[in-house]
Design a binder for this molecule. Sequence first.
Ligand SMILES: NC(=O)c1ccc[n+]([C@@H]2O[C@H](COP(=O)([O-])OP(=O)(O)OC[C@H]3O[C@@H](n4cnc5c(N)ncnc54)[C@H](OP(=O)(O)O)[C@@H]3O)[C@@H](O)[C@H]2O)c1
Length: 275
Amino acid sequence: MRNIIVTGGNRGLGYEIAKTFANQNNHIIIACRDVEHGTYMAKKLPGSSEVIALDLCSEQSIYSFTKQLAERHSKIDVLMNNAGIFDNSGQKVTFMKQSFSNVWVTNTLGPYLLTKQMTPLLNKSTNPKCVFMSSVVGHHKRLNLKIITEQPSIEVYSQSKYADLLLTELFAKEHPSWQVLAAHPGYSNTAIFDGRISGWKKQVIRQMTNVFGQSPKKGAQSAILAINEDFSSGSYIGPKYLKELYGAPRIQHIQKYYHPEDLAIFSHFLTEIQK
Ligand SMILES: NC(=O)c1ccc[n+]([C@@H]2O[C@H](COP(=O)([O-])OP(=O)(O)OC[C@H]3O[C@@H](n4cnc5c(N)ncnc54)[C@H](OP(=O)(O)O)[C@@H]3O)[C@@H](O)[C@H]2O)c1
């Protein structure tokens, strides 16, 4: 039986991913903040599942999640780093003794620390796999580390999703025995677009998303393929059509989407903040 962690598996794309793999061959671990909703949704899953509290903005919560997991399981086969927020509020979080945008911590630093913590359990699997959820808005950027501490800006979200591609490459290099992959869902109709944008803009985005967003089930297909089949590390799976916003998944390589110099810059940044 495979043990599969889906962060943010209580709703949206994460729930579609959890639902797809909830059968007798897998045990699903839903990792989320809203445990009550997670438990309600897990009850609807066939097969074996559990919900464990995880707040990616809290180092303490990541350590506590890791401890509970290690007490209950001898290995993890798949870590699906799906949870993420899109939030323009400018809220700050202290993480690794520094102040960062909550978006940057939820989408990048939290998944980084969680993946590091999961390493011993992933190493116990015969076919360990780790998938990072990115986004089209994170494609072809240059890393801008000023923005992650200084500005409440939508650009922080793009930077966090760009950094998820860099994380994919860094973990792939560090763990040659794992499959480390990235996926993105194109444009999918989930609650992520309702986060902390207020007034008329929120209404416009909601209406647009209702009309143009593909269903969460379709949006989840890239991550589902990444979990379902074997790929070489660094593979990047996302929808094929209309600037990669819609359609069936296609397999690319993340190297096409990031600037090679940013890998060393990001790696240095991660080392520095842990000193
Ligand atoms: N929808 C799209 O079109 C789209 C496009 C590109 C990329 N994505 C990416 O897809 C992923 C899933 O998003 P979605 O569209 O399914 O959004 P969603 O429906 O809003 O779900 C977000 C999930 O993330 C979890 N989460 C948020 N903050 C967390 C934290 N601090 N700690 C732990 N879990 C946290 C939430 O759990 P709680 O309910 O417990 O807070 C929730 O399950 C994200 O990484 C997002 O960036 C989505």
